[in-house]
Design a protein around this ligand. Structure first.
Ligand code: G
Ligand code: G
Ligand code: MN
Ligand code: NA
Length: 254
């Protein structure tokens, strides 16, 4: 299709960008890290990530997209480190196609070295669906190798997929991310945060850090803090920002 061709050209021309969204540690209010989120400006339009990410997967561009976003995100993050700021960690969303590439671990190691980013600063985010793939054993090995390098691992959109609990014990996860649908339910009448609260307890019982996504209101933030959630991400703290704006934002935090 036309959009697929345009995406191919944009990737070749390094036109994909990475927005960086800050995450806040609740214990001390400090910046825990930044999550990289793919952004594509096509002509005068920003194409929604939900559209171009699934398009990339459908037309075999998922690896190339993942690589482009990782490059853009690391460049922005490295600039913060070079400026003497403390950006915490950089979290990157990784697709099944990337994890299945033979040289993925080498690619990550090389990119980190090129940007002078210590591996312990990199967090890999995978969704539960990644772990449902039939090549699970191979994906497990890749994740183990990344962790052996010093990277941390987060399970994204937690609670929305299947077989979540068994995956938590069979994969080397450091952190779970509570999906924003459960965060938003905190403000609704029925259940009033029952699932968010249960996921925080589950994380605690398994010795995992828990970060809640999509936090938009004082009451959501207060509820999560009261119930022992370790960190939050969402418009309440900060929006995703392109690298220059993210660096200016971080500077202003100090
Ligand atoms: O950025 P929002 O900004 O709209 O992102 C929408 C969805 O796209 C999120 O669920 C996020 O996990 C996913 N996403 C964003 N950036 C990337 C990326 O670089 N790679 C992959 N695989 N998914 C991404
Ligand atoms: O990886 P993933 O699904 O978790 O990506 C996070 C998505 O959530 C991105 O699309 C990002 O733009 C979006 N997002 C970040 N903060 C908020 C928020 O406070 N509210 C809502 N509705 N979406 C958010
Ligand atoms: Mn994510
Ligand atoms: Na998520």
């Amino acid at each position: 299709t036309q959009l697929a061709e345009a995406l191919r050209r944009a990737l070749a021309a390094s036109e994909l960008q990475a927005a960086l969204q800050p995450q806040q540690r609740l214990r001390d209010g400090k910046v825990l890290g930044f999550e990289a989120l793919a952004r594509w400006q096509h002509g005068s339009q920003w194409v929604p990530p939900s559209e171009f990410i699934s398009l990339a997967e459908d037309v075999g561009l998922a690896q190339s997209l993942g690589h482009a976003v990782m490059e853009a995100a690391m460049a922005g993050f490295a600039a913060m480190l070079a400026a003497g700021l403390e950006p915490g960690h950089l979290a990157i969303n990784v697709s099944t196609a990337q994890l299945l590439a033979d040289d993925f671990v080498d690619q990550v190691a090389a990119a980190l070295a090129r940007h002078a980013i210590p591996p312990r600063r990199l967090e890999i985010e995978v969704t539960e669906t990644v772990l449902l793939d039939r090549s699970t054993a191979r994906i497990g090995q890749t994740l183990e190798a990344l962790r052996a390098m010093g990277c941390t691992l987060a399970m994204d959109d937690f609670g929305t997929g299947y077989a979540s609990l068994s995956h938590l014990t069979s994969f080397p996860v450091d952190r779970i991310k509570i999906d924003r649908s459960f965060t938003h339910a905190i403000d609704s009448e029925d259940g009033s945060g029952l699932i968010a609260r249960s996921l925080i307890q589950l994380g605690g019982a398994l010795g995992l850090e828990v970060i809640a996504e999509g936090v938009e209101t004082d009451s959501q933030r207060n509820f999560l803090f009261t119930h022992g959630c370790s960190a939050i991400q969402g418009y309440w703290f900060a929006r995703p920002m392109l690298p220059d704006a993210a660096m200016a934002w971080l500077r202003a935090q100090a």
